[in-house]
Design a protein around this ligand. Structure first.
Ligand code: BJW
Length: 247
């Protein structure tokens, strides 16, 4: 059964002129990066509305930064896994390859994956909490672990900084949304390692399918997307992706 599914998907990938992958936290799970939901997920111990919203940050920037500082340290100790490596190889070899990632950990970038659209920003980038200032860059990279100070500040003007990530209730960058929408026009749309509950990302699979893409989910568990894809493969991304043959 699994072998048949892998053969079918491999054939689809080989024939495709455009392939889009939507990745989520499950892709980094084998690297040791905690997922959000599920038995060991971050939300088991931290309520999202206490930490991943602009209101939470306004209320207690130190608390929110402590959580991000802890996550940055944890991610810095992680290495990309076989799923990241396979997608990086596909990005060089498959025509019209695009990767939409919800992950902020930077592990796809660490293995030089091409054509990556970061839907929710990066945990390694910071920006001014009160909006851009003409004297300073709009966003800057900061890979210090632990952070030089909590809450983090702009190295140039000293103003309060925030992680350049997208919190609940915040809009995604319009350019990013345009790129994501364009990527839903493809032959194969693969949704990997995401619970498919957070919008707008969760809506892309349906859009791709309505536009004629062959939609596939790779996840060890059933998700919100499972019933609405053409092929649902139960398995871990680090096992399934390397088992697919694109040549
Ligand atoms: C494995 C595995 C292995 C484990 N291999 N797999 C429409 C309807 C309803 C609500 C909304 C809507 N449109 C917008 C909203 C509101 C909201 C939303 O979606 N809420 C829902 C929760 C209901 N969305 C927003 O607010 C977004 N903004 C927006 O739309 O603006 C306009 C607007 C605002 C308000 C109202 C209406 C419109 C912004 C969303 C930002 C999400 N931000 C976060 C935090 C990022 C920063 C940070 O990291 O700190 O992004 S939340 C968190 O969830 C993070 C993730 O990217 C995101 C998705 O999580 P993901 O990747 O799916 O992880 P998990 O843990 O959920 O799932 C892991 C999966 O892996 C599981 O399925 C496992 O089985 C699997 N797995 N091991 C493969 N080895």
């Amino acid at each position: 059964m699994l072998n048949r599914a892998l053969e079918l998907l491999s054939a689809r990938l080989r024939a495709a002129r455009a392939v889009t992958v939507l990745s989520g936290a499950g892709v980094s799970a084998a690297s040791g990066v905690p997922t959000f939901r599920g038995p060991d997920g971050l939300w088991k111990t931290h309520r999202p509305e206490h930490l991943a919203t602009p209101q939470a940050f306004a209320r207690d920037p130190r608390l929110v930064w402590e959580w991000y500082d802890w996550r940055r340290q944890r991610i810095a100790a992680c290495s990309p896994n076989a799923a990241h490596l396979t997608l990086a190889e596909w990005s060089r070899r498959l025509p019209g390859f695009r990767l939409l990632t919800q992950n902020v950990d930077g592990l796809h970038e660490r293995v030089a994956t091409q054509n990556v659209v970061r839907l929710h920003g990066s945990i390694w980038e910071l920006r001014h909490a009160e909006g851009p200032r003409p004297t300073c860059p709009e966003a800057w990279r900061d890979e210090a672990v632990p952070l030089g100070g909590v809450p983090a500040r702009c190295p140039r003007c000293g103003a309060l900084a925030r992680p350049a990530v997208v919190w609940f209730g915040e809009s995604l960058d319009p350019e990013v949304l345009r790129a994501a929408d364009a990527a839903t026009a493809c032959d194969v749309f693969l949704v990997v390692g995401t619970s498919s509950v957070v919008y707008p990302a969760a809506g892309f699979t349906g859009v791709a399918r309505r536009r004629g893409a062959f939609t596939v989910e790779i996840n060890p568990d059933e998700t919100e997307a499972s019933a609405n894809v053409d092929l649902s493969i139960r398995g871990r991304s680090e096992d399934i992706l390397p088992a697919l043959s694109i040549s």
